[in-house]
Write a protein that binds this ligand. Structure first.
Ligand SMILES: [Zn+2]
Length: 229
């Protein structure tokens, strides 16, 4: 039986989302069928209110946050229910110096706000996620950060990250994504966009063979982006 590592209550095992079959968004939110399982990613303990992807694996320090951190209690009582698990987990990560975990949980909170049609919350949590986003030399987190800023309507910061990335060595797909993002930022576009749209060349592009080469396929670029292959 799975037991909460904070209070010992029975809890469900960690959730394993199905593999995505459709394109992720530009911020790497997975496509369906994984996408719509978001609300199951973070479990909340009915005994003590702990929140985590895996309630059986919380550290003693995390348990202290759950039991006695006033901010944790405030989120539990005041946060909108749709986003509460993500915000609680973000705080546990933050208190435990797990900056990536905290930033990702805040981005997931923004996704939950998208799903709930709560646009103001979505902007607020994207801004918080961007504020916590760790420095990275890797391409994917920086492409993701551009999109977080863009969807929060923070076009100057989106453009700044895009500029810094443009100076890096990028593979062909990353260049296509970056170009697409820069066009969106220039157009002050804040809506959801699919990664597949970035990888699909404009219809006016003359070279059909190039188009075929760029067509996403299983085991291709975005499967690698999602860590599957
Ligand atoms: Zn518990």
């Amino acid at each position: 039986m799975n037991l909460c590592s904070v209070c010992g209550a029975p809890v469900r095992p960690p959730y394993e989302p199905p593999a995505a079959e459709l394109s992720p968004d530009l911020d790497f939110r997975q496509g369906e069928p994984a996408r719509s399982t978001l609300k199951r990613w973070i479990a909340e303990c009915s005994g003590c209110g702990a929140a985590a992807p895996d309630l059986t694996a919380l550290s003693t320090e995390s348990g202290e946050v759950v039991r006695s951190d006033p901010e944790y209690a405030a989120i539990r009582s005041q946060a909108p229910a749709f986003a509460r698990p993500f915000l609680l987990w973000a705080l546990i990560c933050q208190r435990g110096d797990k900056q990536w975990g905290a930033a990702e949980a805040l981005l997931q909170a923004a996704w939950s706000a998208d799903d709930a049609d709560e646009a103001e919350w979505a902007v607020a949590w994207r801004a918080q996620a961007a504020g916590l986003w760790p420095e990275s030399k890797e391409t994917r987190p920086r492409l993701c950060l551009i999109d977080i800023y863009r969807r929060a309507g923070d076009f100057p910061n989106a453009a700044a990250v895009a500029e810094s990335l443009a100076l890096s060595e990028l593979d062909e797909s990353s260049v296509a994504i970056l170009d697409f993002q820069r066009r969106l930022v220039a157009a002050r576009e804040t809506g959801r966009q699919l990664l597949s749209s970035a990888l699909r060349p404009p219809a006016t592009r003359p070279h059909v063979s190039y188009k075929q080469k760029m067509a996403p396929r299983p085991g291709g670029f975005w499967h690698r982006l999602m860590g599957r292959g």
